[in-house]
Ligand binder design. Structure first.
Ligand SMILES: [Zn+2]
Length: 235
């Protein structure tokens, strides 16, 4: 829908359950490769902050405590994609699309823009490992240092390595019953996307139950292969 030639930007989607480390990797890699890191929550908040027409539409729902409808979300994402800084090498979607309906909408948007989806990077982890990661996550109440009481506990039980404080907080989201609900919801909504993108030959699965630097290295190799296949030059 534009006269300018294809802008040679890559489009990547990060898919993965809560606890897979997807958000952390998305943030680090988007900085490293100068990608536009897109998550729907920040796009919606940016439009609201700008008080744009789309922002006002979103506010209409959020002010009533309602979810912003999918069509409005899609328009907001399309608008964000149209406004990409020319210096950016492409897009890294984090947590979108999260279900089949959003994936269909994403196809429609991409059909109207000079971009195509290049790869879906799927951080996979079995449910038991995810539960361990989430349920044992705590933060020092004083200095904010993060621990996992099973995988990465403080050196002395109950005492923060950094500040010596002995009170730790756990997010409400990480209570065992909430974790189960979150994982059920993820499996129901997002797991069908894995099948969809696999069928399209776009999915690359990365085992996420490994040290963070190993996962990062594998993701870097996949991303660099996408750049070279699409003749996108890295700065
Ligand atoms: Zn501390």
């Amino acid at each position: 829908m534009t006269d300018t030639p294809s802008q040679n930007k890559v489009v990547l989607v990060f898919l993965g359950p809560p606890g897979s480390g997807k958000g952390t990797q998305a943030e680090r890699l988007s900085k490293q490769y100068n990608l536009y890191h897109i998550d729907t929550g920040s796009c919606i908040r940016a439009e609201i902050a700008a008080n744009s027409e789309l922002g006002q539409e979103a506010t209409h729902y959020t002010s009533q405590g309602k979810l912003v409808p999918i069509d409005v979300v899609l328009n907001i994402i399309k608008s964000a994609m149209e406004k990409i800084d020319p210096d950016k090498t492409g897009f890294l979607f984090d947590g979108f699309p999260r279900n089949l309906e959003q994936a269909e909408g994403f196809d429609r948007i991409l059909g109207q823009l000079p971009f195509a989806l290049n790869k879906v990077l799927y951080l996979s982890m079995d449910r038991r490992a995810l539960t361990d990661r989430l349920v044992y996550r705590v933060t020092c109440a004083d200095c904010g240092t993060k621990y996992n009481l099973r995988l990465n506990p403080p050196k002395t039980e109950g005492v923060c390595d950094v500040c010596g404080h002995s009170t730790f907080n756990r997010r409400d989201d990480d209570r065992p019953e909430t974790v189960n609900t979150r994982l059920d919801e993820y499996e129901k909504e997002t797991a069908p996307l894995v099948g969809l993108f696999k069928t399209r030959g776009l999915l690359v699965e990365v085992e996420a139950n490994r040290p963070i630097t190993d996962i990062e290295r594998e993701l870097q190799e996949i991303i660099e292969a996408v750049y070279s296949e699409n003749n996108v030059v890295l700065a």
